[in-house]
Design a protein around this ligand. Structure first.
Ligand code: T4K
Length: 401
């Protein structure tokens, strides 16, 4: 255990971990089961284009989400494009500034115009009142984001979209298995899109899924994700190639098998972090509503630099030296990213404030209780000596090499 800041790896001590502990380690599930599924795929010689494992994966995701339709995609970014395109959206798309770049990219890449709105300062979820303020005659859709395993205020957003005749899509990349008022993410708005990227709670290597209860939208999306081909094999719609492969579905099914156990492991990890960091001045573990279900795939901590003495980026640097990869999900907010930054940029206050403070700490099946205790030991030591650590960090970065 480290006793003084000289023991920190950044200042010459041994690293707390021999092997990197990181945010985003994949939940691959039972490896033997994956290998047998892959052997089956190879024997079957059907690798993509709506194969049997993709169909099975779609049925399982639809069941988890409690929806009628699921179209598996190659990733969530194209899934969002597919949703917006299949719904015929034009013009501006309102979305929170506090999200991953994929949300605005998906819209901008197909010629739509992202318009960023603010979020709730506590939950980080999209603020429906600010969405309302930003609706113009050019608005075509709203994209709500279910951030960090919490479901956005869907009733307010769905109502707003309905009143203004807008398409309502949810970026549900973080929200498989999560609920709002006991209702699972999946059936809200016109469509929702999950991510099954390597770093997500269920992974298919790369992958996503558009889910909906809208029969027409589902049929259009299914055709469009396969070049716009119709039942008869003729091109009927303008489409793209957004298909999931059989190998991805083999991984997705195996990862899904482990999903309940992984959620439980993540919940225990989250609670352990909260307990270990309770009372540490300036560090706050983001709480999730205990009445709702969550996959707990991110453990988010807010760092109030005025209290800790060392800011969020300093803490990330200290942890990195200890072989702990923590990530600032999501910083900067999207309206300050190069492709979207106006001159001068608008102020989107809550999103900016949150983005300057938040850091995601390692969790997932590869992260044990012992790992978490060791990470929290480092954090407590850093905060107890915040100004000294910040001073030494500053002189280390200003020393010419
Ligand atoms: N909407 C939202 C709100 C999202 O958060 C995302 C994706 C999307 C939409 C789009 O979904 P996809 O189109 O990707 O399906 C990662 C992911 O690439 C991205 O999918 C994810 N959100 C975002 C939050 O995180 P990076 O740049 O932080 O990834 P990277 O490569 O730095 O990985 C993070 C850590 O994960 C690494 O330090 C180590 C670990 N890792 C990563 C990979 C890829 C592994 O252990 N194994 C791996 O294979 O963006």
């Amino acid at each position: 255990m480290k006793r003084t800041i000289d023991d920190l790896a950044l200042f010459g001590g041994p690293a707390a971990f021999l092997n990197t502990v990181t945010v985003g380690r994949p939940s691959i599930g039972d490896r033997a089961r994956f290998e047998s599924r892959m052997a089956w795929v190879l024997n079957n010689e059907w690798l993509t284009n709506s194969g049997p494992l993709v169909s099975e994966f779609e049925a399982e995701v639809a069941e988890v989400a409690g929806v009628r339709h699921c179209v598996a995609t190659s990733n969530a970014t194209v899934g969002l494009q597919l949703a917006l395109h299949a719904a015929g959206v034009r013009g501006e798309v309102i979305m929170p500034a506090m999200t991953f770049a994929a949300t605005p990219h998906a819209a901008a890449w197909i010629g739509l115009e992202p318009v960023f709105c603010d979020v709730d300062p506590v939950t980080g979820l999209v603020d429906p009142d600010d969405v309302k303020r930003r609706i113009t005659e050019r608005t075509g859709a709203v994209v709500g984001v279910h951030l960090w395993g919490q479901v956005a205020p869907v009733d307010e957003l769905d109502r707003l979209a309905h009143e203004h005749g807008l398409t309502m899509i949810y970026d549900a990349a973080h929200a498989l298995g999560c609920t709002r008022d006991g209702r699972r993410a999946g059936g809200f708005g016109d469509a929702e899109v999950f991510s099954f990227h390597a770093t997500k709670v269920v992974t298919s290597f790369e992958g996503g899924a558009l889910v909906t209860n809208d029969d027409t939208l589902a049929a259009r999306a299914r055709s469009m994700h396969n070049f716009g081909l119709g039942q008869g094999g003729q091109v009927e719609l303008m489409g793209t190639n957004a298909k999931m492969s059989e190998s991805s579905a083999a991984m997705g099914l195996t990862s899904l098998d482990a999903f309940p156990a992984v959620c439980e492991h993540n919940r225990l990890n989250h609670d352990l972090y909260a307990g270990e960091l309770r009372g540490v001045k300036g560090l706050r573990v983001h709480e999730l509503d205990g009445e709702e279900s969550s996959n707990y795939q991110y453990v988010i901590v807010s760092v109030d630099g005025a209290q800790t003495g060392v800011d969020r980026d300093g803490i990330i640097a200290v942890l990195a030296a200890e072989q702990v990869v923590a990530k600032p999900y999501f910083s900067p907010p999207c309206h300050l990213m190069a492709p979207y930054r106006a001159d001068p940029p608008p102020r989107i206050e809550n999103a900016e404030w949150l983005a300057s403070q938040v850091v995601a700490l390692p969790t997932g099946p590869a992260v044990s209780s012992e790992d978490i205790r060791r990470i929290c030991d480092v954090l407590r030591l850093v905060v107890a000596n915040g100004e000294q650590v910040a001073g030494r960090l500053a002189s280390a970065t200003s020393t010419p090499t």
